[in-house]
Design a protein around this ligand. Structure first.
Ligand code: ADP
Ligand code: MG
Length: 354
């Protein structure tokens, strides 16, 4: 059991260029508050530089913070020794001991915990089987692929049987075709252990697949916390919508009056109170058709699945990129229509209308 709570946690790094110039500041975390329930699989999702590693390092007790509170089972975590916290931390660039075999790499931590030789053998056998590395236990790290090394790092963490497991972007060095295997491995770990998992990633698929709860980090700030369904299907704000559907959605502004939306000089029936809105639409819900909002093709980008047409309405208020089932030329005029039922409407303050 381990309940983790942080309140208004902040961390600034100061980078001194030279003695004469003042140091520049990077606010890596700003007022981050989170409750990570015991036994949950909690995913920190954010782009590069959003503060994932800094947060995980603080939770692992190897980085200090400037402001805020950090409670471990209700007790001030800065007052508890590292040994008292049952925790395993796997940093992003995990380094195995190069002269030891995989087996020895895993065994090292176990000897320190006072396990007998029989217990160590049994434990390594069990975690090796779980992580799929039984066949490579006698190899040295340099004889392993990136993915295999990552499996060893996971096995080492599992062998600790810690209450809290921290994984910093564990799939970043795994090539795309093996990601599915690793996701299944983590899903299995999640169902088999009632430990807490904290896992960071910048990939939506990983977060949606694994998370019980996820936290969206942007430039050191939390912009949303919830289950994947809550955040993805019912984004509370335009910021969350844009964050999770970056590159896979259209957003446009429009005015609703008397249940009619006016966008790019086109009228669409919509039952919303009168007012100005920003609308969000997933690519799946918009398509080229005979009728709808008139647009002009601005450029055509061929990808594996076909031509992606970038378009804009004459007044420039409705623009985006959609996959087309048929090829078209730059400059052609067409129409885009969408399923108004699946439109997300956000008020001028960014909150979503239910
Ligand atoms: P992420 O893991 O999401 O990529 P990080 O937590 O590594 O993000 O970094 C957050 C911000 O803090 C970045 O702007 C990064 O450059 C800065 N940062 C991280 N560690 C240090 C450090 N030791 N010194 C100075 N700046 C740092
Ligand atoms: Mg990082």
């Amino acid at each position: 059991m381990a309940n983790i709570e942080i309140h208004n946690l902040s961390k600034t790094f100061y980078i001194a260029k030279n003695r004469r110039k003042p140091a520049s500041e990077v606010m890596a975390l700003q007022n981050v508050s989170l409750h990570i329930p015991s036994g949950s699989f909690f995913v920190l999702m954010g782009g590069s530089g959003s503060g994932k590693t800094t947060l995980l390092r603080i939770l692992a007790g190897i980085e200090s913070f400037d402001d805020g509170d950090f409670f471990w089972n209700g007790v001030d975590a800065t007052k508890i020794s590292q040994e008292e916290k049952s925790m395993a931390y796997v940093p992003q660039n995990y380094v195995l001991f190069p002269y030891a075999t995989v087996y020895q790499n895993i065994a090292m931590g176990l000897k320190d915990r006072g396990l007998t030789t029989e217990e160590i053998i049994a434990c390594i056998r069990r975690v090796a089987k779980q992580a799929g590395i039984t066949a490579i236990l006698t190899r040295k790290p340099r004889q392993l692929s990136g993915g295999e090394q990552q499996r060893v790092a996971i096995a080492r963490a599992l062998a600790r049987e810690a209450d809290v497991n921290l994984f910093d972007e564990p799939l970043s060095n795994v090539d795309p075709k093996n990601r599915g295997t690793f996701l299944r491995l983590f899903l299995e770990m999640k169902s088999r252990h009632n430990a807490t998992f904290l896992y960071s990633t910048h990939r939506l698929e990983e977060a949606l697949t694994l998370a019980d709860q996820m936290c969206l980090l942007q430039q050191g700030k939390v912009i949303g916390v919830g289950t994947p369904q809550e955040l993805y299907d019912k984004p509370a704000t335009l910021q969350i919508f844009s964050f999770l559907r970056a590159g896979k959605s259209l957003t446009f502004s429009g005015v609703v009056k008397n249940r009619t939306l006016l966008v790019a000089n086109t009228k669409i029936q919509l039952s919303l109170p009168d007012g100005s809105y920003t609308f969000g639409l997933s690519y799946e819900d918009a398509y080229f058709s005979e009728e709808g909002i008139p647009i002009r093709i601005q450029n055509v980008l061929w990808e594996e699945d076909g031509p992606h047409l970038s378009f804009a309405s004459e007044d420039g208020t409705f623009r985006g990129t959609l996959l087309s089932p048929t090829p078209h030329e730059v400059g052609e005029t067409m129409h885009v229509t969408f399923n108004a039922k699946n439109l997300f409407a956000f008020r001028p303050n960014g909150t979503r209308v239910d």
